[in-house]
Each structure stands twice: as structure tokens, then as C-alpha cells.
Design a binder for this molecule. Structure first.
Ligand code: PBG
Length: 321
């Protein structure tokens, strides 16, 4: 009786038998950054094995990923020219068309829907003359982007802007455009976080003034964070998400309980870079630490994980498809 916990740790078989968390390949989503600029491959500081690519190199990368059983992707599309209204979406839609016509249903393709990579000021919304958030125009731009992406053949929409009402308007616009079956995976509890640094470099989305605290969640506030996911649920989201994932573990279960929806975790660029840089300094083993971080998110209740290491799934020796 005394050594109850030790008894089940004796060897790997027994430990595996008792493991409660496990993965399927398709529960990991790999981000892909595609730029309109003429660079075939741009390094993203702190994020090994991930690059900002042009369309051709992105297709090449996805082919390699498919060989490694990685086939669930989220796209970040970065056009060269920025505007503050009347966005030209031709780069984004031709890119989606090219990728989907090449791979068809061999991949599931989500895309981040936001304004920060296409506006001159790098914010996720538009502003009015008084520099207040112009919610009406922000929402209509976001829903126009979502419908254009769906028209271009995208499989799933993932709004990340944190504007009130975006999920509702996107759902309504998709339904009215014959896209009733396109799911919305909402970045529903997304904090104004210090951990997005490498991403903003990759997505060319660093705000030119201020910060994102006017619309992203305050990390001191759990109540609001749960409410934000409840809002997206009420507005018709199919899947919810916490972000930054490793720093939002406490939220996953309460959100699931309150919404009855599945909740994923986004292991964001700064969190991933933290592991990568510690490994570079020989302070830990990168692959082992990455696996641990994924299991911890699963243990906290995450249904799926967005991670820059998704393409390493096979290399990491995690089972399942
Ligand atoms: C766009 C967006 C961001 C991330 C995903 N979508 C940046 C931000 O909100 O500032 C961050 C992802 C990461 O750091 O890996 N709004």
C-alpha cells in the first residue's frame, strides 16, 4: 500500500499503459507563412525549421510535410503592399487557390483572418477619425476576407483579431455565400501577450504605434478570458482556442465546461522560441521538451495544438495518424 505511485512506474510498457494523454497527427496544426515578397525562404528568428516562404517554396514545404504525415495547416498570408481600407486580396486568394488546387483534400487548410498583416499601422482593426476602433468597418473587412478565402477554396476560417461580433458576422457572411460547411476555429481567448515576438517579425504585423491591449485580453483577467470564449461560442464558433497556449492552461477546462465546445491551444512563437533557445544553449533537449510541452497542453484539456513543431510529429516518435 505504501509505495502505490512507484509501483506503476517500473518500466516503459507499464508507464505507457498508464499514459492518459496521447496524440493523433491531425490534432497538431502547422503554421505556414507565405509572403508576396520575392524571397524564397526567410529565416524566422527563434523558430527553427520554420520560414517565411513564397508560394512555390511553400508548396515544396507542404510536400515534405505530407511525407511526414503532417497535413493540417494554418496559413498566414503576408501581402507586400499595405492599406488602411479597401484591401486588395488578390495575393491571398491566388495563393489559397494555388495551394488547394495542388493538394486538394490531402491537406486541411485553415487561414488566420486578421487585419494586422495588411494594414499600414499593423493593428488587427481599423480606426476612425478619433483614433477609436472602427468596429463596423473592421467587421465588414474581416467578413469580406473570410468569404474571399472560402471562395478561393480554403477549408476553415480562423479569426484572430479579437473584435466583438467578428465570429457572428463571419458566420452570417459565410452562410449567405453558400459556405455553410466551412468551420470557424476562433482565437477566442487571446491575450495581449509578450510571447508573439517572432511571429510579428514573420507576419510583418508589428503595430507602428501603441499596442494591442485595446482589444486583446488582459492576462490578469480570467473572468474576461472565459467570457471572450463564451462570446465566440454564442456567435457560432465551431472550435475555440486559448493563446498563448502554454500560458493559458488554467482556462481550457473552464471554457470547455461553459461552452461544451472543444478548445485548442496555440503554442505561440515566443513560447516555442523559449524552448528552442534553451536547447541551443544546451540547457535542455529540444525534442524531449517539445513533447513534454504538448502533453501538458493535452493534460490541461486541449483538443488540438497549433505548434511550429507540428511537422516534427513523426520525427518525435509520437504515434497515430
Ligand atoms: C494575428 C496573430 C498573431 C498571432 C497569431 N495571429 C499576433 C498578434 O496577435 O499580435 C501570434 C502567433 C504567434 O506568436 O505564434 N493577429
Amino acid at each position: 500500500m505504501q509505495h502505490k505511485l512507484l509501483r506503476l512506474k517500473k518500466n516503459e510498457i507499464l508507464r505507457n499503459m498508464c499514459a492518459e494523454t496521447n496524440f493523433l497527427n491531425d490534432q497538431l496544426i502547422q503554421p505556414i507563412f507565405i509572403t508576396e515578397d520575392s524571397v524564397s525562404k526567410k529565416i524566422i528568428p527563434g523558430i527553427p525549421d520554420n520560414y517565411v516562404l513564397d508560394v512555390k517554396s511553400a508548396i515544396h514545404q507542404i510536400k515534405i510535410d505530407l511525407k511526414n504525415n503532417c497535413r493540417n495547416f494554418i496559413l498566414f498570408l503576408v501581402p507586400s503592399s499595405k492599406k488602411n481600407i479597401n484591401f486588395d486580396l488578390s495575393f491571398q486568394t491566388t495563393t489559397i487557390k494555388k495551394i488547394k488546387s495542388f493538394f486538394g483534400d490531402d491537406i486541411f487548410l485553415w487561414a488566420d483572418v486578421c487585419l494586422c498583416s495588411i494594414t499600414k499601422h499593423g493593428h488587427c482593426c481599423l480606426f476612425d477619425k478619433n483614433k477609436d476602433i472602427d468596429l463596423r468597418n473592421s467587421l465588414s473587412s474581416l467578413s469580406r476576407i473570410a468569404v474571399s478565402y472560402a471562395d478561393a477554396g480554403l477549408d476553415g476560417i480562423s479569426p484572430s483579431d479579437m473584435m466583438d461580433g467578428r465570429t457572428a458576422i463571419i458566420r452570417k457572411s459565410l452562410d449567405e455565400s453558400n459556405h455553410e460547411y466551412i468551420p470557424i476555429m476562433s482565437y477566442s481567448s487571446k491575450f495581449a501577450s509578450n510571447f508573439y515576438g517572432p511571429f510579428r517579425f514573420a507576419a510583418d504585423s508589428k503595430p507602428t504605434f501603441g499596442n494591442r491591449k485595446q482589444y486583446q485580453l488582459d492576462y490578469r483577467n480570467k473572468t474576461d478570458a472565459i467570457k471572450a470564449s463564451q462570446r465566440c461560442c454564442a456567435e457560432g464558433a465551431d472550435l475555440l482556442m486559448v493563446k498563448p497556449g502554454m500560458h493559458s492552461l488554467d482556462l481550457i477546462e473552464p471554457i470547455k465546461k461553459k461552452t461544451d465546445l472543444m478548445v485548442g491551444a496555440y503554442q505561440v512563437s515566443g513560447e516555442y522560441a523559449g524552448i528552442a533557445l534553451a536547447a541551443e544553449k544546451n540547457l535542455l533537449n529540444f525534442n524531449e521538451a517539445l513533447i513534454e510541452s504538448w502533453h501538458v497542453m493535452k493534460r490541461a484539456g486541449a483538443q488540438f495544438i497549433i505548434s511550429y513543431g507540428a511537422r516534427k510529429f513523426k520525427e518525435l516518435g509520437l504515434s497515430g495518424k
